[in-house]
Each structure stands twice: as structure tokens, then as C-alpha cells.
Design a protein around this ligand. Structure first.
Ligand SMILES: [Fe+2]
Ligand SMILES: [Fe+2]
Ligand SMILES: [Fe+2]
Length: 416
């Protein structure tokens, strides 16, 4: 039994990113639907290929999560389109399994007659996406005044004549814009995504990509995820967990704090203690991730996530569970998450030293907050585990740095 279906990987990515800004994903999905219907008229594509291209179309503005996008969508879509196009491209190139389709995103704002000559498998898709996303923007803004034929005047200059023709045919056959207005498109898109098939590695890469994207907002997120997953894996190895258990723990460690995207940055990064009201709000990140993952992620795996703030003495949340009610995997994530919080930098305090971390953990384990067995193993292998964390974090950081460096190079290529 797989822990999560390929289709649900897509929905988890969409729903977590919607927490940060629903507009980008809503526009992405409508654009994906338009592209899907255009591609349905192209007989050379299999359904799974169309589904993957629709997924890329949903993510086409993902770079806007990195650029300082305005609340007004048109700011990044019309005033300066290059930064978010480049970041979206680099994001797909470095951090997802969709490297070969990254250029579709890089050029999604490039006019038809300005696109550099290139031998690229997805050249037509670039033109189609360019048309599809403009259609969504203009139809949303103009409402009843919108006429999809109005772009005819720019055929051959701004837009590809072939792409426009495909759009006209698709509108005639499927009534795209009526379905976008009625919301019917969502069901059709969901049926299309039944065709998505990812390998286990691709699923993991997709979720890692998601966390990287979320890290665009808060620099701590990526370091925390790398630290927490590595600690879980290391403790799991020492406790001889099965492959299946390790996989569950890995998914739980990756996703356990994704609900934090619903919490404003000024609360997460407040350089002071939080008020009781703010703490209550912060605690809702558990309910948020539960809403997103319920029915998608394997329930045992979700249970690990749901208990990461529980403590064996009943002082945790949200259900104040006691030790007998929690299994080993849940207790490993509790320790790993605590160590992550203590050892990684925070805006309100310095990272704790090895001695301080061990002291806190052993005292709390004595008071039954944490599993004594898990804490014992962690303390015994502290140096080895934390050296591994350092190495993994460096690896991730260097990918991130390469990505940022590549921004300048790509920018110069695009605007030359
Ligand atoms: Fe865009
Ligand atoms: Fe767009
Ligand atoms: Fe948490």
C-alpha cells in the first residue's frame, strides 16, 4: 500500500501553497484547465503527459512565492514578469522532478516573436501556456466584456497563431470559459490528475520541492526539515525500524509543520515571547495540516504528524495524550522536532549547545515527556547524528545558493 497517491501529491502541494497565497494557485489551476483542453485536441499526447503538463501549468507562477509579489496579481504578471519567471524556472530545474519542462515556465511571458530559436521538445507548450495564462487573466479581469477572439490582432506577434487557433477550437468544443465561470472545471481537472503517476522517489522530490518553495518565505523552514528528517532517519536506523516504518517517519518529518504556512511570518519570527493568544493561533498549524492531509496521506502516517506536539506527561497538544497512547514512530518525531527547535537558529534566541540540549531532553524524559528509549539512543549518538545534519544541511544550502547564483546568469541571458 502506498502512503499517498500521485494525484494527492498534487493536491497537497496545491493546498499548502494556497495557504501562502491562494491567488497564485487559483490562477494556476484555471490556466492548467485551459491548457488541458487545448492539449486534448492534440492527438500525439497520452493522458498522463497532458496531466503532467497541466501540473506544470498550475505551478507556472510559483516563482512569485519567491519574488516580493504584490497583493495585486497584475503587479508580477504585467509590470516586471522576468523575476518570477526565472525563479519558477530555477525552482523546477533544481528542486523538482520536472527539470526537462522547466523552460516552459522560464518563457511563459515571452512574446511569440521574441522567443529565442531553440530545439526544445516543449516549444509549442511554451506558446500554448503563454496564451492560456493570458486568457485566464483577461477573462477574470474583464468579466462579461471578455472576448477570447480579441487576441487575433496579435497573432504572429505576441501570440502563436497555432496556439490561438487551438484555443478557439477548444473553446468551441468544450466551452472552456463557461466552465471556468461555473467552477465545473475543477471536477474535470481532478479526473485528469487521476492519470498522474509518480515513482516513490518522484513523490519525495515533489514534497521536498514544496518545502523548498515554502522556504522562500521563511529561511528556517528548509533547515528545520533537513534537520528533523535526518534525526528521525538516524534514530530509526539505530532502533532497527523496517523500511516501511522509515518511509512513514520520513513523510511525517517532511510534512509535519507544513501547516505553519497558515501562520503569519511576524508571529513565527517574532523576536520575543508570544502572547497566549498568539500561542493558541500557532497551535492551529496542527488542524491546518490535518485538514489538508486527511483522506490523502495514510492515516498511521498522519497520526505521527498529529502527535508531534503531544508529550508523554499529558502536557502537549492538541489532545493531551499520555505516553501509553503513543507509538515509537510518534515518539521519535517528538524528540526530533524538539531537537530541531533547540539546535537551529531562531529570531528570538541563539541555538542551544550540545550540553543544554542533552540536559533538557534527559530531564524531560525523566518527567515522562519524551520516550526514555528514544532520548537514550539520540544522546548516545548525538555527535554522529548532528554531524550528519550539518552535512545534509550544507548539501541543501549549496543547491539553494547555486539556484540564487544562477538567477543572475539567467537574467542576463533573458534580457540580452
Ligand atoms: Fe507569470
Ligand atoms: Fe500567470
Ligand atoms: Fe509543529
Amino acid at each position: 500500500m502506498e502512503l499517498i497517491h500521485s494525484k494527492d501529491i498534487y493536491y497537497v502541494i496545491r493546498d499548502v501553497l494556497k495557504l501562502l497565497d491562494p491567488k497564485i494557485m487559483n490562477h494556476g489551476e484555471r490556466t492548467a484547465y485551459i491548457l488541458y483542453k487545448m492539449l486534448s485536441l492534440e492527438s500525439n499526447l497520452e493522458m498522463y503527459q497532458i496531466a503532467e503538463l497541466a501540473l506544470i501549468a498550475t505551478l507556472h507562477d510559483i516563482g512569485a512565492y519567491k519574488t516580493d509579489y504584490q497583493k495585486d496579481r497584475l503587479a508580477y504578471e504585467s509590470k516586471d514578469c522576468i523575476p518570477h519567471s526565472i525563479y519558477g524556472y530555477l525552482f523546477l530545474l533544481y528542486l523538482t522532478p520536472f527539470k526537462d519542462r522547466a523552460k516552459i515556465v522560464l518563457y511563459h511571458h515571452t512574446d511569440y516573436n521574441r522567443l529565442p530559436r531553440m530545439d526544445y521538445e516543449y516549444l509549442d507548450i511554451i506558446h500554448y501556456l503563454n496564451v492560456a495564462e493570458k486568457m485566464d487573466i483577461y477573462s477574470s479581469i474583464m468579466g462579461s466584456k471578455f472576448d477570447h477572439m480579441m487576441f487575433n490582432k496579435q497573432a504572429g506577434s505576441k501570440y502563436s497563431p497555432k496556439a490561438l487557433e487551438l484555443l478557439y477550437q477548444a473553446e468551441k468544443r468544450y466551452g472552456i470559459f463557461a466552465k471556468l465561470s461555473s467552477g465545473e472545471y475543477e471536477k474535470e481537472l481532478s479526473e485528469l490528475y487521476d492519470y498522474l503517476i509518480f515513482t516513490d522517489d518522484e513523490k519525495r522530490d515533489c514534497l521536498m520541492g514544496l518545502i523548498s518553495c515554502v522556504s522562500f518565505r521563511s529561511e528556517y523552514t528548509m533547515a528545520d526539515m533537513v534537520t528533523c528528517t535526518h534525526i528521525c532517519e538516524s534514530i530509526g536506523e539505530k532502533l532497527l525500524l523496517s523500511d516501511k516504518q522509515q518511509e512513514m517517519l520520513n513523510y511525517a518529518a517532511m510534512l509535519h509543520d507544513a501547516g505553519m504556512c497558515a501562520i503569519p511570518r511576524d508571529i513565527i519570527e517574532a523576536p520575543r515571547s508570544l502572547t497566549e493568544e498568539e500561542m493558541d493561533f500557532l497551535r492551529t498549524h496542527i488542524d491546518v495540516i490535518n485538514r489538508i492531509l486527511k483522506g490523502k496521506l495514510d492515516q498511521d502516517c498522519l497520526d505521527i504528524i498529529m502527535t508531534h506536539h503531544e508529550r508523554g506527561d499529558g502536557s502537549g497538544y492538541p489532545r493531551e495524550l499520555t505516553q501509553g497512547k503513543m507509538n515509537l514512530l510518534e515518539q521519535i518525531l517528538q524528540v526530533a522536532d524538539t531537537v530541531t527547535g533547540l539546535t537551529n537558529p531562531r529570531s528570538y534566541r541563539e541555538p542551544k549547545s550540545k550540553e543544554e540540549v542533552i540536559d533538557i531532553l534527559t530531564t524531560d524524559a525523566e518527567m515522562c515527556k519524551y520516550s526514555k528509549e528514544v532520548v537514550k539512543i539520540f544522546v548516545k549518538f548525538y555527535d554522529k547524528i548532528m554531524d550528519g545534519v550539518k552535512l545534509k544541511s550544507e548539501e541543501k544550502l549549496s543547491t539553494y545558493r547555486r539556484m540564487v547564483e544562477n538567477y543572475e546568469v539567467t537574467y542576463r541571458q533573458i534580457v540580452k
